[in-house]
Design a protein around this ligand. Sequence first.
Ligand SMILES: Nc1ncnc2c1ncn2[C@@H]1O[C@H](COP(=O)(O)OP(=O)(O)OP(=O)(O)O)[C@@H](O)[C@H]1O
Ligand SMILES: [Mg+2]
Length: 256
Amino acid sequence: MDNQLKKEIEAVVGKLNSITLLPNQGCTSSVQQITTGRNKFLLKTSYKEKYREWLKSEAEVLKKLASHTEIPVPTYYGYIEEADRSHLIMSFEAGMTLTSALKIADTTTEKKALMKGFGELLQKLHETKPIDLFNHRGDWLDNQLVMAERYLEMGEADGNAELLNKLKSTKPIPVNQTIIHGDCTADNVLVVDGKVQMFIDVAGVTIGDPRYDESLAISRFIDNEVLIKSFYEGYTRYKVSKEEYSYFDEGLYEFF
Ligand SMILES: Nc1ncnc2c1ncn2[C@@H]1O[C@H](COP(=O)(O)OP(=O)(O)OP(=O)(O)O)[C@@H](O)[C@H]1O
Ligand SMILES: [Mg+2]
């Protein structure tokens, strides 16, 4: 780490003791644990323009949620922009992603409990009274489609123009908008003390279509009837149809 950056980080957290690259790296950023005499922090760094924008909105979300403990996320400490990269500093949470927890769970009973917990956490988020922290202008889905078009033009999307046109012309019938996570996969929730307790990677948190979260949440488990059933023991407020699921998970998500 160069001296200038170290200085800026120390201005936020105090004198650094150690800097360690985490074994589990994200796809869109690099993550390091930094420690001071007393505390542990997570330093998340992004380089590409698209991901730097996401990191900036993650910083804004964490800042806004600092006074809203009903939505469990890491604590915000600071955000630093350099010429060619951006950094976010947040609390280091002792836990592991749900993906990792499911991998090391020995029994089906344990896996079922984790999936039910995932459903409960998401249910709680979607049932949280929308706070006017998120000045959402216009309809969330319309905004996402505009952004999808931009990513397509930038050559930054997996989806193609044909898929995007289809998404524009087959929008699902609207449902009530709620607070959403916006990238609610098993990689982006943390299991702490055996319980699914916290959201991470929160750049997409806003008021939006809860069916997007639900579809991404069940995506990895779609062929596992037992785990899907457990998820829905926790998430009882709605069940996406096959059409809604494929619109969001196999459609819209291809652009993000
Ligand atoms: N606050 C935190 N405390 C502890 N570990 C964390 C924290 N935030 C992230 N991690 C770890 O870092 C990894 C990557 O974080 P994150 O999902 O935010 O990065 P990302 O690059 O946006 O990921 P991706 O693009 O792959 O979804 C996580 O899987 C988790 O293991
Ligand atoms: Mg992630």
